[in-house]
Design a protein around this ligand. Structure first.
Ligand code: GLY
Length: 423
């Protein structure tokens, strides 16, 4: 079969790499892709938001399955466009992707259906938000309602910071229309866990757990980023916690979406906080996590295309999803200056040392060809992933592999997965 993947980051590279392992697949296209994805797929220069052009391409090439990796096209309704043209596509429809596209929607959903999450209040009027914050206790969390490249969440320690946050989000519109509405939420403490789950509208099957490191600097300091590294599994997410989440969070979320007339098919990414009061939902995403995917898929034994098909066909209950009994760590190699300003176009070397049969992977997030050379082309450049029998071994392997890669202005965190020492 022929598969088209929409996106061009590390997540889509990991998806394309795993799809290429499926014996069902003869040919993979990726739009727009990147220099690493080009090793497993033919990259086509169509943007992820060009829905009609993508659908035309899928029709022309007789694509059997299109997989949408990114949040923007999902929230913009790409699945609806493909379905209307009779094209087979993996991902939630627009009316279900809203679970990521609107934080106010997702908080109201959780409140209505008793799904554990932090106490909150939604605001469309900045004056009302400011009045509420006068009496709030701190720290407190402000979230722009819409998509903001993972940057629309502000943790405010004082009233002054919160007032400035309201200004940034709702008045100055730092995140554009995403700030037309804002969620104010109680600050939660605990271990964060990312649970990526296959969903078929009725059934939900979680993958192995992972944890992301979102801040730019060691020791969780500095600015929020798209993610600087991940490890899998999370030792804090025990089988008992997993079962509890299944009964109190995952299944109720599926039932809630169905009851609202928004059945969710695709990947539901549940961002959890393991608080002293039990697990609570931090956020939902309507797609694979990035860079969580880079540690989860290399450990997955089951055919990914088979799982995509089961989600589309509503047969997830007949699947036996399996993962290797090992661990993986991904360290993101970024351009110095990310997430603010950084230079691009530096040649990258060292790829030849990575062999997936040895448990070493180099997923490309921001790279492109310049003649025969591969050069940096983004803030997050590569996701260097390694497996190991244990998390400690995987971490040692991943950091060893980061030394194989060279490019000017290479930047990384040095403490990815350090939390596992405390488990
Ligand atoms: N790693 C967080 C995200 O994908 O949103």
């Amino acid at each position: 079969m022929k598969v088209l993947i929409v996106g061009g980051g590390g997540r889509e590279h990991a998806i394309a790499w795993k799809v290429a392992k499926s014996p069902m697949v003869d040919k993979i296209y990726c739009a727009p892709g990147n220099a690493g994805i080009a090793s497993v797929a033919e990259c086509v220069p169509i943007g992820a938001m060009e829905f009609e052009k993508l659908a035309d391409f899928a029709q022309e090439k007789a694509i059997d399955l299109t997989v949408i990796g990114m949040d923007d096209p999902l929230c913009g309704g790409i699945v609806d466009v493909f379905e209307a043209r009779g094209l087979r596509v993996f991902g939630p429809r627009k009316n279900a992707a809203i679970i990521e596209g609107s934080k106010a929607f997702s908080k109201d959903l959780m409140a209505k259906y008793g799904i554990p999450t932090a106490e909150y209040k939604n605001f469309t009027d900045p004056e009302e938000a400011l009045k509420y914050l006068e009496t709030a206790s701190f720290p407190i969390v402000l979230k722009a309602d819409g998509l903001a490249l993972g940057k629309g969440v502000l943790i405010c320690n004082t009233l002054e910071e919160a007032k400035d946050g309201v200004k940034q989000i709702m008045q100055d519109k730092k995140f554009g229309a995403a700030g037309n509405e804002m969620v104010v939420e109680r600050f939660m403490t605990g271990r964060e866990v990312s649970a990526l789950c296959f969903c078929d509208g009725e059934n939900i099957v979680p993958m192995t757990s992972a944890q992301d490191h979102k801040r730019a600097g060691d020791g969780d300091t500095g600015l929020n980023t798209g993610g600087m590294g991940t490890f899998s599994p999370s030792p804090f997410y025990t089988p008992e916690i997993g079962s509890w989440c299944m009964e109190h969070i995952y299944k109720p979320t599926m039932a809630a979406m169905k009851a609202e007339g928004r059945p969710f098919k695709g990947i539901l990414f549940v961002g959890l906080m393991l608080t002293e009061e039990g697990p609570k939902v931090l956020e939902y995403n309507a797609r694979f996590g990035d860079p969580e995917t880079q540690v989860v898929l290399p450990r997955m034994k089951t055919d990914l295309v088979q799982m995509f098909n089961a989600c589309i066909d509503g047969t997830l209950d007949q699947q036996n999803l399996e993962f290797e009994d090992n661990a993986a760590v991904c360290v993101v190699l970024a351009s110095d200056g990310y997430p603010l300003s950084y230079e691009k176009g530096f040649p990258i070397t060292g790829f030849e040392k990575f062999h997936d049969e040895e448990g070493y992977y180099c997923f490309h997030a921001g790279s492109k060809f310049d003649g025969d050379a591969i050069v940096t082309n983004g803030g997050r450049v590569l996701g260097v992933t390694a497996k190991g029998a244990t998390l400690k071994e995987a971490r040692e392997n991943a950091y060893k592999a980061t030394e194989w890669i060279e490019f000017a202005n290479k930047y990384m965190r040095h403490d990815i997965g350090k939390a596992i020492d405390e488990a």
